[in-house]
Design a protein around this ligand. Structure first.
Ligand code: ZN
Ligand code: ZN
Length: 254
């Protein structure tokens, strides 16, 4: 499976608008972070987890030709705001886009993008999406098995996903023991790590490292990174040898 890190930044991205922090002025391209999302190319199909506000730019800069399904983690704008830009795939693939999320997320999409879900007199150019309401139990998309993992984003339940040996979790602040069990045995774990200071709704670096210790993946990649975490190059040097800061455009094989 090929994994492309489409974006690795927190909700504001890096650089932050109007911000004078040194990381926002870094000339290292790895310090430029679009909003967090990944693209997965499996034997069965190609999918994207979340369509944040940078979705269009991410599809273009990574030359993504086909998306067969979208998995949603939660309804925050930095994870859904690019919803409309599935339209080129609607036109090219001549089909509505299958999307997967829990009932709360599906309802939020219906509220935020009502024109996509009109049953009568739908505007012809509107996005085409088929919402599949999932629960926290295994499901399959075209023969690809997906295992949801529920994590808590302060008090908001968010779904992470395990696909084969790859587990993707973003916007977590805590993970219950029975959900941690589902991660064990993953070769690659992607996890959010916002900054060094404690935060009310995201793991900081130390908390993310503790989850890696508990679940023991072969490799871990951190995403949803704030400028406050520091320079990519400097923070990378502080990490254990199997833990990496992801960066935009990074491709890995799992
Ligand atoms: Zn987020
Ligand atoms: Zn969020």
């Amino acid at each position: 499976m090929r994994v492309v890190f489409l974006g690795t930044g927190t909700s504001q991205g890096i650089p932050v608008i109007g911000n004078d922090h040194p990381v926002c002025h870094s000339t290292d391209t790895r310090d430029k972070r679009l909003r967090t999302s990944v693209y997965l190319e499996t034997d069965e199909l190609n999918l994207v987890i979340d369509t944040g506000p940078d979705f269009r730019q991410q599809m273009l800069s990574n030359n993504i030709q086909r998306v067969d399904a979208v998995l949603y983690t939660h309804e925050h704008s930095d994870h859904v705001a690019g919803f409309d830009d599935i339209r080129p795939f609607n036109f090219k693939q001549k089909t509505d886009m299958p999307m997967y999320g829990d009932i709360r997320v599906c309802n939020a999409l219906r509220r935020s993008f009502p024109y996509a879900f009109e049953t009568e007199n739908k505007y012809p150019g509107a996005p085409g999406a088929i919402l599949n309401e999932i629960e926290n139990k295994p499901f399959s998309i075209g023969g690809l098995e997906v295992l949801p993992i529920e994590v808590m984003h302060m008090n908001l339940p968010v779904l992470g996903y395990r696909i084969k040996d790859f587990t993707y979790i973003t916007d977590a602040k805590s993970i219950a023991d029975q959900e941690l069990e589902k991660i064990k045995g993953s070769k690659v774990l992607v996890l959010n790590a916002l900054r060094k200071e404690i935060h009310y709704s995201h793991f900081n670096l130390e908390e993310a490292l503790k989850i890696v210790e508990k679940t023991k993946p072969e490799r871990a990649y951190f995403v949803h990174i704030s400028h406050l975490l520091g320079f990519h190059k400097e923070v990378s040097r502080e990490l254990p040898e199997n833990v990496f800061l992801a960066y935009d455009g990074l491709n890995i094989n799992v």
